[in-house]
Write a protein that binds this ligand. Sequence first.
Ligand SMILES: *[C@@H]1O[C@H](CO)[C@@H](O)[C@H](O)[C@H]1NC(C)=O
Ligand SMILES: *[C@@H]1O[C@H](CO)[C@@H](O)[C@H](O)[C@H]1NC(C)=O
Length: 471
Amino acid sequence: MTTFSLNLVLFFSFPFISCKHFLADAEVSNKIGINYGQLGSNLPPPKVAIEMIKSMKAGRVKLYDANHEILSLLSGTKIQVSIMIPNNEISDIANNQTRADQWVLNNVVPFYPGTMIRFILVGNEVLSYDSYGDRLVWNDLVPAMRRVWRSLVAFNLQIIRVGTPVAMDVLETTFPPSRGMFRSDIRWTVVAPMLEFLDESRSSLFINAYPYFPWSANPMDINLDFALFNGNLEQIDRGSGLVYTNLLDEMLDSFIFAMAKLGYTNIRLVISETGWPTAGDIEQPGANLLNAATYNRNLVKRVMTKPTIGTPARPRVVVPTFIFSLFDENQKPGPGTERHWGLLRFDGSPNYQIDLTGKKPSVDYDPLPVVENNVPFRGRLWCVVARGVDPMELQAAITEVCGGGDGSCEALWPGRECYEPVSVYWHASYAFSSYWSKFRSQGASCHFNGLAQETTMDPSNGSCRFPSVTF
Ligand SMILES: *[C@@H]1O[C@H](CO)[C@@H](O)[C@H](O)[C@H]1NC(C)=O
Ligand SMILES: *[C@@H]1O[C@H](CO)[C@@H](O)[C@H](O)[C@H]1NC(C)=O
């Protein structure tokens, strides 16, 4: 197909698309969805997971791939589904329409309409600088989105919208919201063409927005209740005159203002991820059951309130919201919070009660333990072998940690101060502490594939001093 004929198809499809879109929205309550990640070693099988999603009454589910077993299992349910193209397929698709068509043929056509696929997300946080981000893909992102949309139009599947989740770090200014501005390195090269595409195709800007992150980075400056939608705090944005009662609204509106500066005032928002962790490392403040339950319950209540509240800059406009996440995922790397975002634990039991319809009054929930970790931890931490670890796994870990030639393990050499007692537990604990203290500033976590945990107890013995991290 030529570009020219495709443009015609796109142009004439619009009125039809938007009409169908609104009809579909009216049929099912689809304001609240759940992210279903699968980076866990002992997660319940997909069949069970989907039963859980159904019984929780989530209107939508978002996958990080297009797992065919899960897509089949979702067939015949009323759950609207969001699927994802992995970051490493973006460039191929951007450069080749056949690849886009094949992706849609393999992952959408066999399941639609039995499975209510509604969004195809191209990559995840592609425009971020962290591990997901890949500058080489930046320029391929929008061309890939356009090709996938072309395929959908060709297959007459325009009810499915194409987007890509962005994290807060695509903004260089977020506060106050009226100063929201996209990063200068992507503003005109990637973001403006992306917004043009989203606007043309009546899609949405998908945002991964976690008030937990700005709050936990500045827990003494940002009021916890403001982050948790608690209480009656108000913050005025002097640039716009708008009044904010919670941090999430500020984050969302900073995107509204950033888009407006590029000339786009009608693109809707979807929160592709938000949530609060139930646990984390000792130095990570505020990651506890009470805060997580409070955040997600208040979030749901807000999103489900009728008439729709919206945000100060976009009152009364629905923002479909996907909570992160269905399960705690014990195989996610990084700091402790990464493995504790689930509404459910690894085994599928609830971390805390939550009613995703938003109807249950707060007083009907069982009380949760109050944990006093809402202020920054001050003191020293060591990183030692976690409880219950199989000693057989430790030798390989020692070899790996000590094999880097970075001097982390010199004190473990025969004759040196930490060689005795000669035990894998002792040597591994020393190696973990030493490596962590050396590389924490570069992002190392006290995790080591689940073999390590932090402690406030100094393991040092005799002349062997364990390196520590001071907070
Ligand atoms: C596009 O992709 C198809 C399917 O993978 C492949 O057969 C074809 O050679 C590709 N075209 C180009 C120009 O790379
Ligand atoms: C402390 O060091 C001594 C001498 O090396 C050793 O015998 C003892 O087992 C060590 N204690 C612990 C708790 O590792």
